[in-house]
Write a protein that binds this ligand. Structure first.
Ligand code: 5GP
Length: 193
């Protein structure tokens, strides 16, 4: 069991509706020592990739991406959620359905901060159905930039996002993959990696 799986077992709470709550160390209170280990691990897993930018999505991706970025010495760009409809022109836009809030948002990145020569590592906290990731991939590709890899802290392997993204051919690295979890008795089972 790796450091993250241990922490999830210790402090994660399984909620109804396939939601894993990790707000004591990842999503609300943030354990920066843990984030540093996450950064170290992504650095190892994407060894040899030429990465010059990290892209994430607000809000919970930002803290993680910033600490990970210190291990790659690159800037972080985060996609902003926006309700505004008149966004074309200066912005790259993708529509993303939120798994946790059950609503649709446009996510936007200014054209100033993504260029065709960018080699991007996408970072996010969770992967469920893959909607957030597909939005971010769309934004990178709209800019003519390259997705070099995708780093996820917790993948819920019983939802289909991981399969969709891997089938698209991307290097997707998830530090913990939850294969099943049960809200009634609180059990969490991880995929062997
Ligand atoms: P997806 O777009 O892959 O369906 O969902 C990914 C996004 O939903 C992540 O950015 C994350 O913020 C949120 N999310 C999905 N599942 C969970 C979960 O079980 N727990 C928490 N805390 N966030 C989740």
């Amino acid at each position: 069991m790796n450091f993250l799986e241990e922490r999830i077992l210790k402090d994660g709470i399984v909620k109804e509706g396939n939601v894993l709550k990790v707000d004591s160390f990842l999503n609300h209170q943030m354990d920066i020592e843990l984030f540093n280990k996450i950064g170290e691990e992504f650095k190892k897993r994407f060894e040899g990739k030429e990465i010059n930018k990290i892209l994430t999505i607000e809000a919970s991706g930002i803290g993680i991406a910033c600490i990970v970025a210190q291990h790659f010495n690159v800037p972080v760009v985060f996609a902003k959620k926006s309700k505004s409809i008149n966004l074309e022109g200066e912005m790259y836009v993708a529509e993303v359905e939120s798994f946790t809030h059950k609503c649709k948002n446009n996510v936007i990145v200014s054209k100033k901060f993504l260029n065709p020569e960018d080699k991007v590592l996408i970072i996010d906290d969770f992967l469920a159905n893959g909607c957030a990731l597909q939005g971010l991939i769309h934004i990178v590709q709209s800019a003519g930039a390259t997705v070099e890899g995708i780093g996820i802290v917790i993948e819920k392997g019983f939802q289909n996002g991981g399969t969709i993204i891997r089938n698209l051919g991307f290097q997707l690295e998830s530090l913990a993959i939850v294969d099943s979890m049960d809200a009634e008795n609180g059990t969490i089972n991880f995929r062997k990696q």
